[in-house]
Design a protein around this ligand. Structure first.
Ligand SMILES: *[C@@H]1O[C@H](CO)[C@@H](O)[C@H](O)[C@H]1NC(C)=O
Ligand SMILES: *[C@@H]1O[C@H](CO)[C@@H](O)[C@H](O)[C@H]1NC(C)=O
Ligand SMILES: *[C@@H]1O[C@H](CO)[C@@H](O)[C@H](O)[C@H]1NC(C)=O
Ligand SMILES: *[C@@H]1O[C@H](CO)[C@@H](O)[C@H](O)[C@H]1NC(C)=O
Ligand SMILES: *[C@@H]1O[C@H](CO)[C@@H](O)[C@H](O)[C@H]1NC(C)=O
Ligand SMILES: *[C@@H]1O[C@H](CO)[C@@H](O)[C@H](O)[C@H]1NC(C)=O
Length: 531
């Protein structure tokens, strides 16, 4: 069973598909993963059918052969074979068998092997279908794993043992899988992580040796050779040499010989590039749910009920959690119930299906299609979206006329959105007046682990809470951009994160949020350079 569920974890990682959208963010989608699971289910079904058909065919041959064998044995029991064959019926049957039966029952089907041909065609259809994941997607998945490790400080050995962030999941990696991850990370140039995974593979293989000793030695050498290369790249040429010599002791003709020569003319550690962003430290810390305590504002923010904001909220006051004062960031709890959220998903799914039907041939859903439809935009005509637009207007006091359609997005395992502002500042979209004055983000799911929203300049993290709404202004009252609003979606460790975003533009809000002629944009100045 452990193996079975590991499949799911590996599959999730393996099939993450990184797609680049506005601002170069990457994310993956659990919805798409479910479709890949469907692809595998089809592969499984086809393979089982093929094996069953082959088995039936084999049984048929066996029965035929048995029957003839019996006939022969009976013939041999007769006193004289020539007498037996002298019988015209016996002679006829022998000739008929050789001329017709062997051919029809055995030779032809074996040569034609129709189930095999059908299976071959099926495989061809599946693998040439654009929907089948390729090598790049495997690399993307491994990158996602390494990113989870970096952001959440997950140790390689814990991860291999199925322990993630203190929780133990029923899935364990084998040495081969660790080796494969190590090799992929090496190809991606992440040599330090590669080395960790190779080390893990080595430890696991030594703990559970292969039965065939020669095979075992070969595998150990494969790991050592890659580990030597990775050591060389992290600037450890001595260690690399030792590892290669360990291989050559028992196997002087091993390719490690060439590897040793190859490394002689190269400079160790030359390719080691460790790029970090200015926001990395804050991002990592906040994603892990850690705030700098010395940064606490001195006047702790208290939750309160607000029944005055709009007549709509007189009877059921807003549950406001102010999480930051300047810029103002508020969380409004309990804004959507489960039925409303379900209606939103149904609407998004409908659109997705329409799009896939247009993109796919004969309704065949390919993964490529799913890639473009992982985020959907909903307008405000349906009943549920009508109530969303009312919520947004009543809570923000802004006019929905300036709102973009709601973007519904789905992030899967490792899915993240690196720090970015929501305003454009330059190249404003032509369909709207002004820049994005505010962001309203609905959390449409709880997330088992990870997936926080963090503001890297404000020492603030928000765990997703299903049904809650986060709202803030991206512009100062002067309509200058507020660079302090830089924020990010942390990688999802376990679970699926769904959000709905609505961006309001400043053009329609003259009477709703009058701009202040006294510029307040000086507040952003100190934060500019550290973007
Ligand atoms: C695979 O076969 C099972 C039953 O054998 C069936 O329920 C399922 O729908 C099939 N799945 C696909 C994708 O064909
Ligand atoms: C990461 O975890 C290790 C223990 O597993 C700990 O020693 C180290 O300090 C942690 N690093 C950070 C940056 O949290
Ligand atoms: C290594 O290769 C050489 C020449 O190709 C051969 O003579 C020698 O026997 C090989 N040694 C081993 C241990 O296989
Ligand atoms: C809004 O969305 C619905 C459902 O997707 C669609 O039928 C309708 O045409 C859209 N309205 C506008 C104005 O685009
Ligand atoms: C990191 O966070 C602190 C507040 O916690 C902030 O003062 C600083 O500017 C942030 N650094 C960057 C690079 O965003
Ligand atoms: C305009 O900004 C100034 C300076 O920040 C502030 O004192 C004043 O209250 C603001 N006026 C309005 C109407 O918000």
């Amino acid at each position: 069973m452990a193996h079975q569920s590991w499949f799911w974890v590996v599959a999730s990682f393996s099939f993450l598909i990184w797609s680049e959208a506005v601002g170069g963010e990457f994310y993956s989608s659990v919805d798409r993963m479910q479709d890949l699971a469907q692809v595998e289910q089809e592969l499984l079904n086809a393979t089982r059918l093929y094996l069953e058909q082959q088995q039936q065919q084999l049984e048929l041959y066996i029965r035929y052969v048995e029957q003839i064998k019996e006939e022969h044995e009976w013939a041999m029991e007769q006193a004289h074979l020539d007498e037996y064959l002298g019988h015209p019926l016996h002679a006829f049957r022998l000739i008929k068998r050789l001329v017709q039966d062997w051919d029809a029952v055995v030779f032809e089907p074996i040569v034609a092997n129709e189930p095999k041909e059908e299976f071959r065609q099926f495989l061809e259809a599946v693998t040439t279908d654009l929907g089948y994941p390729n090598h790049l997607e495997l690399q993307g998945a491994v990158k996602g794993l390494a990113r989870l490790q970096n952001v959440y400080n997950l140790s390689t050995s814990h991860l291999a043992e199925g322990e993630i962030g203190g929780y133990i999941y029923d899935s364990v990696l084998e040495w081969r899988e660790c080796y494969e991850i190590g090799v992929q990370l090496f190809d991606l140039g992440d040599y330090r992580r590669s080395l960790e995974w190779l080390q893990e593979a080595f430890t696991l293989l030594r703990r559970n040796p292969e039965e065939d000793e020669e095979q075992h030695a070969r595998y150990m050498s494969d790991i050592r050779e890659y580990a030597a290369l990775a050591n060389f790249e992290v600037g450890n040429p001595k260690k690399a040499e030792n590892l290669l010599n360990r291989i050559l002791e028992p196997l002087p003709n091993h390719t490690a010989q060439q590897t040793l020569k190859y490394l002689e003319n190269r400079e160790p550690g030359k390719n080691l590039k460790e790029k970090t962003h200015s926001w990395s430290a804050n991002y990592t810390r906040l994603c892990q749910g850690r705030r700098l305590s010395e940064e606490s504002t001195g006047h702790p923010l208290k939750c309160f009920l607000d029944g005055k904001r709009h007549a709509y909220y007189t009877l059921a006051p807003l549950q406001v959690e102010p999480v930051h004062l300047d810029p103002d960031i508020n969380v409004y709890h309990g804004m959507l119930n489960s039925e409303q959220i379900l209606s939103i998903f149904e609407e998004a799914d409908k659109l997705e299906m329409i799009r896939s039907a247009v993109a796919g041939t004969e309704g065949a859903r390919t993964v490529k299609d799913l890639r473009v439809s992982q985020q959907t935009w909903l307008n405000y005509t349906s009943p549920v979206m009508g109530s969303i637009s009312r919520i947004i207007q009543f809570v923000s006091g802004l006019d929905i006329a300036g709102a973009e359609w709601m973007q519904v997005a789905n992030y899967g395992v490792g899915g993240q959105y690196e720090p970015h502002p929501d305003y454009f500042e330059v190249n404003l979209p032509k369909d709207f007046l002004g820049d994005r004055i505010s962001t309203s983000m609905f959390y449409l799911s709880d997330v088992e682990q990870g997936g926080y929203t963090v503001f890297t300049k404000l020492n603030l993290f928000l765990p997703p809470v299903k049904g809650a709404l986060v709202m803030w202004h991206n512009l100062h009252r002067s309509l200058d951009v507020d660079v302090r609003t830089l924020h990010a979606g942390c990688p999802v460790i376990v679970g699926s994160k769904r959000i709905g975003n609505i961006w309001m533009h400043s053009g329609y809000q003259e009477f709703r949020r009058p701009c202040n002629l006294t510029s307040d944009s000086y507040k952003s100045l100190a934060y500019r350079d550290s973007v």
